[in-house]
Design a protein around this ligand. Structure first.
Ligand SMILES: CN[C@H]1CN(c2cccc(OC)c2)S(=O)(=O)c2sc(S(N)(=O)=O)cc21
Ligand SMILES: [Zn+2]
Length: 275
């Protein structure tokens, strides 16, 4: 049986059949209309503390590629001694912004188009960017990612738009790893990468309550979409588009247009952290 994907036979318009949440009240992405966003002076600045030492690897999951981080409470990252010891942060965390508590980075990934006029999931005044970066975090008040993913305040995803411009040197290490993960299911090691280097100069953001933009489409995401895009060059975009949705031995299908279009706002408020 064919799973969900982005082709006409299994793309976003077909997902509701297996994932009824697709027509839920807080689906993502959305079209952001800055003039209709409400400036909220009570919104805090985002605090992003990434410890690059806990990058785990990079994987082609057949929908996108993702860089995974150590985010579990496995023995290697916890001391077992009975002697009291300072809490040493092995994790990379998101605090402040619209969220309360500490959210832990699980992975980051991208969505992109087959050409520069499309590819992002969120849009601005109806404008699509060629690419969008998502940094996926989960609320550490829950015992695990899986638990958090089922709660309305379980996940927080930071979205960053990418626009065509000069080559972005911060992307190069990620791009250089793509040759090793061309097909679905391939993964390779990827160490000491600080995703903070992928963020733009300004951390001004819009925020709203939404969902995962892929199945299982869980309505557990506080979205934090940064106003300032980062750059990517046409050659770097071409590298993304050289990946395959398909696995070894299958008829090759280029990994492009892996984005869900904007969903109905259904009365939700979009708040801005800036005037
Ligand atoms: C395939 N894509 C998703 C993978 N994940 C997932 C995997 C297993 C279970 C699960 O929920 C129980 C979620 S995920 O949480 O890492 C995310 S985040 C995200 S996006 N585009 O909204 O940022 C899509 C996905
Ligand atoms: Zn995503």
């Amino acid at each position: 049986s064919h799973g969900w994907g982005y082709e006409p036979t299994n793309g976003p318009d077909t997902w509701a059949a297996d994932f009824p949440l697709a027509n839920g009240p807080r689906q993502s992405p959305i079209n952001i209309i800055p003039k209709e966003a409400h400036y909220d002076p009570s919104l805090k600045a985002l605090k992003i503390r990434y410890d690059p030492s806990n990058t785990k690897g990079i994987l082609n999951n057949g929908h996108s590629f993702q860089v995974d981080f150590v985010d579990d409470t496995d023995s290697s990252s916890q001391q077992t001694s009975t002697v009291p010891h300072p809490v040493i942060l092995y994790y990379t965390t998101l605090t402040g912004g619209p969220i309360s508590g500490v959210y832990r980075l699980k992975q980051f990934h991208f969505h992109w188009g087959g050409s520069d006029n499309r590819g992002s999931e969120h849009t601005l005044n109806g404008i699509k960017f060629p690419c969008e970066l998502h940094l996926v975090h989960w609320n550490t008040k829950y015992p695990s990612f899986g638990e958090a993913a089922e709660k309305p305040d379980g996940l927080a995803v930071v979205g960053v738009f990418l626009k065509i411009g000069a080559a972005n040197p911060r992307l190069q290490k990620v791009l250089d790893a793509l040759d090793a993960i061309k097909t679905k299911g391939k993964q390779t090691t990827f160490a000491n990468f600080d995703p903070k280097t992928l963020l733009p100069g300004s951390l001004d953001y819009w925020t709203y309550e939404g969902s995962l933009t892929t199945p299982p489409l869980l309505e557990s995401v506080t979205w934090i979409v940064l106003k300032e895009p980062i750059s990517i060059s046409p050659a770097q975009m071409a590298k993304f588009r050289s990946l395959l949705f398909t696995g070894d031995g299958e008829a090759p299908c280029y990994m492009v247009d892996n984005y869900r279009p904007p969903q109905p706002l259904k009365g939700r408020l979009v708040r801005a952290s800036f005037k």
